[in-house]
Design a protein around this ligand. Structure first.
Ligand code: S3P
Length: 179
C-alpha cells in the first residue's frame, strides 16, 4: 500500500520500553514495507544475545556492531527501522539517522517505560541493576538532547494505542510535517 508516502527509511528512536519494535512491525505491515530491528540484526550476525555481547565484549564493541547494523538497514529505501535506545550515543549514527531517515522519537514517562519492559522478557543489560528506574532517568537526562537533535518528529506515546501512534506518524508524513 502506498498511501502517498515517498519511500524513505523511517527510523524509530527512544528509550527502552517506548514501543519502537512493535510500532515498527505494525507500520511495516500498514505500508507494505520491510522492517528491521537493529538489536535483532546484531543478534543474527553475532549468533549471541545482546546481554552476552555486552558481557563478553563490552558496550564499545556492541556500539560498533550496532552502527554496522544501522548502516545495513539504511541501505533499504522503503523500510521501518526500530533502533536500540543507545543508537544516538555515537555522533556518526546521529548524522546517518538524521540525513538518511525520517526519524521519529517515541517517548513516554519513565513509569510507563518500566511497565512496558516488565511485560517483555528480553534482558536489557544496562537496566539489569538494582535501580532500573534511576538508571532510565539517567539515560533520559543524557539522551533526550541527542534524541531531540536527531528526530524529525516526537510522539508522546503514553495512553495511546499502537494504532493511534501509527496514524500520527503516517499523518505527519502525509502532511510533510516530516520531510
Ligand atoms: C540499549 C537498548 C536496547 C539494546 C541494548 C542497549 C540502550 O534496545 O540496544 O540493550 O543503550 O538503551 P531497546 O531500546 O530496544 O531496549
Amino acid at each position: 500500500m502506498n498511501r502517498g508516502i515517498d519511500p524513505h527509511p523511517i527510523a524509530l528512536i527512544g528509550l527502552s520500553g517506548a514501543g519502537k519494535s512493535s510500532i515498527a512491525r505494525r507500520l511495516a505491515v500498514m505500508l507494505g514495507w520491510h522492517h528491521f530491528d537493529t538489536d535483532a540484526l546484531i543478534v543474527d550476525r553475532a549468533g549471541r544475545d545482546i546481554a552476552t555481547i555486552f558481557a563478553q565484549e563490552g558496550e564499545a564493541h556492541f556500539r560498533m556492531i550496532e552502527s554496522e547494523a544501522l548502516r545495513s538497514a539504511l541501505d533499504h529505501d522503503d523500510c521501518i527501522i526500530a533502533t536500540g535506545g543507545g543508537i544516538v550515543l555515537l555522533a556518526e549514527n546521529r548524522v546517518l539517522l538524521h540525513d538518511q531517515a525520517l526519524v521519529v522519537w517515541l517517548d513516554a514517562p519513565t513509569n510507563a517505560l518500566i511497565a512496558r519492559l516488565r511485560t517483555h522478557d528480553e534482558e536489557r543489560p544496562l537496566l539489569s541493576g538494582p535501580d532500573p528506574v534511576g538508571r532510565l532517568e539517567q539515560m533520559r537526562a543524557a539522551r533526550a538532547p541527542l534524541y531531540a537533535e536527531v528526530a524529525h518528529l516526537q510522539i508522546e506515546t503514553a495512553g495511546k494505542t499502537a494504532e493511534a501512534i501509527c496514524a500520527e506518524i503516517l499523518q505527519a508524513m502525509a502532511n510533510h510535517i516530516i520531510p
